[in-house]
Design a protein around this ligand. Structure first.
Ligand code: HEM
Length: 325
């Protein structure tokens, strides 16, 4: 008995038609020709290929564990803590220099340079976590930054993509923006990585969660706004009116320069700032990686509380987040 005449064939064909709705398959079946067998094989092959690709684009399970552990590590008393703020800064320094987000700040020991002063402890911790969870170092740095931002009440969800290439090739020194630099120099350093003046004004708003130890040594340990444990716009308003516990010279200059002061003023509105910060930070954390080959693990990171999600989070996530608040 030929396969095309037997019950097994009918079963195979019916399943394929139901599962795949391939019109060409069903018309061939009616004719009962050998071509139908070949169409079924093609259809099955396509189905398996699609399933394999769907599997490839799924966030590896380990990142749910990482997200949960980092949340414990980064939230203290309902606020984002010193490790969270350091992790946010670590990603900025890894991504803005050299080939981009490649883990070289840890893998090439760049964190021991004076331009990265203050990042030593978090660099060692994040490097250890990458090994412990057996994930890439560049991914761990970017994921920790996204987790650090989400750990601050009010912090937006930024993309947590994984799949970056690690590199132990050191970035050239002198590419990390300095608080002593002019606005022109800072703008050119950001422009070199594709950021506009508005992007820079938005990104520097991460100082809402910042403390400083070395820029103004007399005020070591002071935060750059009165609420470093939450993600709000007080950094902008307090830098502008001079009421911040301490301000970096560069932040004051950015708040006053014609090219950035308008955005600095506008970012006193949370929604306006979030709408500029999120895409700029998403771009920052994929410098050198294109983004297209990366896998999206954003949904495994939960907000500390009322995070503004610029991405259209799935309804289930939004319901879950609001239940957790
Ligand atoms: C104009 C560009 C920038 C300059 C000149 C600058 C400079 C600085 C300086 C001097 C400190 C204090 C370091 C210390 O004394 O301990 C600091 C802290 C910090 N920066 Fe920036 N920064 C810039 C942009 C950014 C960006 C784009 C981000 C992130 C998106 C960022 C995130 C942070 C964070 C979170 C801290 C606090 C770190 C901690 O408390 O441990 N900064 N920054």
């Amino acid at each position: 008995m030929r396969l095309s005449q037997g019950p097994l064939f009918c079963l195979l064909v019916t399943g394929a038609v139901q599962a795949l709705s391939f019109n060409d398959v069903s018309s061939n079946i009616k004719r009962g020709t050998d071509a139908a067998v070949s169409s079924v094989k093609d259809a099955a092959h396509n189905l398996f290929a699609r399933q394999a690709s769907a599997r490839k684009n799924t966030c590896p399970k380990i990142w749910s564990q990482v997200a949960s552990d980092l949340r414990d590590a980064f939230v203290s008393g309902g606020q984002c803590n010193d490790d969270a703020r350091a992790a946010i800064r670590l990603a900025f320094h890894d991504c803005i220099s050299g080939a981009g987000c490649d883990g070289s700040i840890i893998l090439a020991n760049e964190y021991t340079r004076s331009e990265n002063r203050g990042l030593e402890d978090i660099a060692v911790k994040v490097g250890d976590w990458a090994q412990q969870y057996n994930v890439g170092t560049a991914d761990m740095i970017a994921f920790a930054a996204a987790s650090g931002i989400s750990a601050c009440p009010g912090g937006p969800k930024i993309n947590a993509l994984v799949g970056r290439k690690d590199s132990s090739k050191p970035a050239p020194e002198g590419q990390i923006p300095s608080p002593k630099s002019s606005v022109s120099k800072l703008l050119s350093q950001f422009a070199a990585k594709g950021f506009s003046a508005t992007d820079m004004a938005a990104l520097v708003g991460a100082h809402t969660a910042a403390k400083q130890r070395f820029a103004v040594p007399k005020k070591a340990g002071s935060p750059l706004d009165s609420t470093p444990g939450s993600w709000d716009t007080k950094f902008y308003s307090q830098t502008l009116d001079g009421s911040a516990p301490v301000s970096l010279d560069s932040d004051v200059r950015i708040s006053q320069d014609d090219r950035t002061s308008g955005a600095f003023q506008r970012f006193q509105s949370m929604a306006t700032w979030a709408a500029a910060f999120v895409p700029a930070m998403n771009k920052m954390t994929t410098i050198g990686n294109g983004g297209q080959n990366l896998v999206d693990c954003t949904s495994v990171i939960k907000s500390a509380s009322r995070g503004i999600s610029i991405r259209a989070a799935p309804l289930a996530d939004r319901v879950r987040d609001s239940v957790e608040e």
